[in-house]
Design a binder for this molecule. Structure first.
Ligand code: ME8
Length: 644
């Protein structure tokens, strides 16, 4: 297999500073790039900013600023500076106001005009400024206020009648359907591919690609008509090619055919239905894969975004907990298929349980044993017995498994598999009892155990490096292990005899009760565990499908101090752990809940009660005497299973 990899993020609008959604997408791409580089792939990672269009023009007008000065500020001090501060590994940062980009867009426009794929016509339709495109009635959803909007937009679309240049999009529809059918892995995960095929079942019309300068002066001029500027999506999508220097350039030749575009599901249509025909019409090869990710939800259960006022500030999270903890929690808590809630409490829970407890404690235990038993020197490794052999075998297998999971877009599974290895090393400490072995005259076994632990931690640090790049290096620095490593099966690379550094706490634990009361914690009342009585009106299957129910196993449970009704449950849902508060303390003791299988509302927005974030709800019924009864599966089935 040719080991070349080009990954792009969406280029972000500069109408506001970066929020957690932007940070998330960029961190996912950074992690993809890092895993590929670590595995020896020739990798190129691009991000950037989208600086033209109505949205930016409107913002500038409102602020009374000049566009150039404004976009420079947000692009440079907002986006570019943040990625630099976080040490992201992007090879380039493209801005659509750069001459290299403008010239390329004009070249492609001219090419399509000359080949007859662009024509001039009058058009009337509904335009969403939020999403910068014409929308169809079918795409709109009625809000609680009775007004129809595109999902995720704050404002409803406006009716527009305008003379524009058009790209002959509809002409490419049959070809596109065929291409998607021939390339089942082009758009992943598969649920998004199906959505695109669904969009293509009916005519898609042609794409309006220009705006009159008189109304919108902020755009790239149409080369043959100074009265119009390019439509912002036509401009923006081409960044992926202009950044490589366009056709014929060395970078283009090396990377373009191995392109993976990473985008949020909000811009699925533009990257499939618009972009693929644009590439085809321009005579450019198509991308290898469109990777689509779901959304991060704010405390109100809606897509996190600046305009809805529900966004978590990524800079604040990073300055409190560090970039590695933020990266870890985001990547471990989300999946590409389904939206995920995220907030400070979720981050802190992950930080405490996985990073401080599992990983941090392992390192500090091993460090202190080295200090006590070997004078802070890495011991020699003697004969491996079955237990050590099994650790070694797992370590040798993991690099390939992890790269497969990452390329298969199962980041949370990849991380969990590495953490399972870490937890196994913790179990090995408990089983092998080095403190007892140290009392023996013969230190052979003690040394083998300690070496196995150090080497195991080294392997874990390499596997985790793309997720927690700074801490991975810090782990090895503490163990006195020098040099860079690759994602390849290897065992025994730690040098015996080298000196370890003084031990420091890798991830300090955070007291969850001390989290500041913020917007997310406004909700303080007890959530009733009682399922609401069914209302008279019927709901469609699509409404029911919005509620994700899953079987969970109660791992531990305790009463919430000073709350009569609340139990704090830690549940396993498949390989995921969650905290759920439930107002059932009057009906169940904490002890009797442990081990029970329950049904939880899995995609309920988290709510904070008494300073603790509840990440779901347990289903229960109320009997004829008003006593609450938990709903459980009728026979023992694994946790994580969907309930439908
Ligand atoms: O759409 N959860 O820019 P944009 C997860 N300029 N990801 C999120 C998110 C959330 N709540 N909110 C935003 C544009 N994102 C165009 C793109 S590309 C040629 C032009 C991420 O600033 C996600 O990746 O609105 C989404 O697709 C992207 O930011 C949209 O950023």
């Amino acid at each position: 297999m040719e080991k070349t990899f080009y990954v792009t993020t969406p280029i972000y609008y500069v109408n506001d500073i970066p929020h957690l959604g932007h940070a998330y997408a960029t961190l996912v791409a950074d992690t993809l790039a890092r895993y590929h580089r670590l595995a020896g792939w020739n990798t190129y990672f691009l991000t950037g900013t989208d600086e033209h269009g109505e949205k930016i023009w409107k913002t500038v007008q409102q602020l009374g600023r000049t566009p150039k000065e404004y976009v420079d500020e947000i692009a440079e001090s907002g986006f570019k500076a943040l990625w630099q501060r976080w040490g992201l590994s992007n090879n380039d940062f493209i801005r659509t106001t750069e001459p290299r980009h403008i010239q390329y867009v004009q070249k492609i426009l001219q090419r399509l005009y000359d080949s007859g794929d662009i024509y001039f016509a009058e058009y009337e339709g509904l335009y969403s400024i939020g999403s910068e495109r014409y929308v169809t009635e079918k795409e709109l959803v009625e809000g609680a206020d009775g007004i129809k909007r595109l999902p995720g937009d704050r404002d409803p679309p406006e009716l527009r009648r305008e003379a524009n240049y058009f790209f002959k999009l509809e002409k490419y529809r049959p070809w596109l359907i065929e291409y998607l059918n021939e390339h089942p892995n082009l758009i992943e995960p598969v649920n998004y591919r199906n959505e695109v095929l669904e969009m293509l079942r009916e005519p898609i019309g042609d794409l309006s690609i220009s705006r009159p300068v008189a109304r919108l002066p902020w755009g790239i001029p149409i080369p043959w008509d100074e009265g119009d500027v390019t439509y912002v999506w036509f401009d923006a999508l081409l960044n992926y090619v202009s950044a490589l220097g366009g056709e014929g350039a060395e970078k283009f030749n090396t990377y373009w055919h191995k392109t993976w575009h990473l985008v949020g599901k909000d811009i699925l249509k533009t990257h499939s239905v618009f972009w693929l025909p644009m590439l085809k019409a321009a005579g450019l090869p198509l991308y290898e894969k469109l990777v689509v990710h779901a959304h991060i939800l704010g405390f109100d259960g809606r897509k996190m975004g600046k305009s809805l006022g529900n966004a978590v500030d990524p800079i604040e999270m990073e300055s409190r907990y560090g970039i590695d903890a933020l990266r870890y929690a985001l990547l471990r808590e989300t999946t590409f298929q389904a939206d995920s809630a995220f907030g400070e409490a979720i981050l802190v829970n992950r930080l405490n349980s996985d990073l401080a407890n599992d990983l941090g404690n392992l390192l500090s235990r091993v460090m202190s044993m080295l200090e006590k038993f070997t004078n802070s020197k890495i011991p020699v490794c003697n004969t491996l017995e079955a237990r050590e052999e099994s650790i070694k075998a797992a370590a040798l297998k993991l690099p390939e498994t992890i790269l497969d999971e990452i390329r298969g877009l199962r980041f949370h599974v990849a991380i969990e598999k590495i953490m399972e290895f870490v937890r196994d090393l913790n179990r090995y400490v408990a089983e092998s009892k080095p403190w007892d072995l140290a009392k023996l005259e013969d230190k052979t076994k003690l040394h083998t155990v300690l070496y196995t632990l150090v080497e195991g931690i080294r392997v874990a640090s390499v596997l985790l490096e793309p997720v927690i790049p700074n801490k991975a290096k810090e782990i090895r620095a503490q163990l006195g292990i020098e040099g860079d490593f690759v994602l390849e099966p290897a065992w025994g690379l730690t040098k015996s005899g080298s000196q370890v550094a003084p031990s420091t706490v890798l991830f300090p634990k955070v007291d969850i009760a001390t989290l500041e009361t913020k917007k997310e914690s406004v909700v303080t009342e007890v959530v009733s565990p009682v399922v609401e009585a069914p209302v008279q009106a019927f709901i469609g299957i699509e409404d029911f499908a919005k509620v994700q129910l899953k079987v969970a196993e109660v791992l531990s449970c305790e009463r919430v101090p000073k709350a009569d009704k609340l139990l704090n449950l830690t549940v396993a849902i498949g390989d995921e752990k969650r905290t759920i508060l439930s107002g059932i303390a009057e009906y169940y003791t904490a002890e009797e809940m442990v081990g029970k299988r329950v049904v939880v509302v899995y995609n309920l927005a988290p709510r904070k009660m008494r300073g603790i974030e509840s990440q779901g709800m347990i289903l229960a019924a109320t009997d004829e005497n008003g006593k609450v009864v938990i709903v459980s599966p009728e026979r023992l089935i694994p946790s994580g299973v969907e309930v439908r």
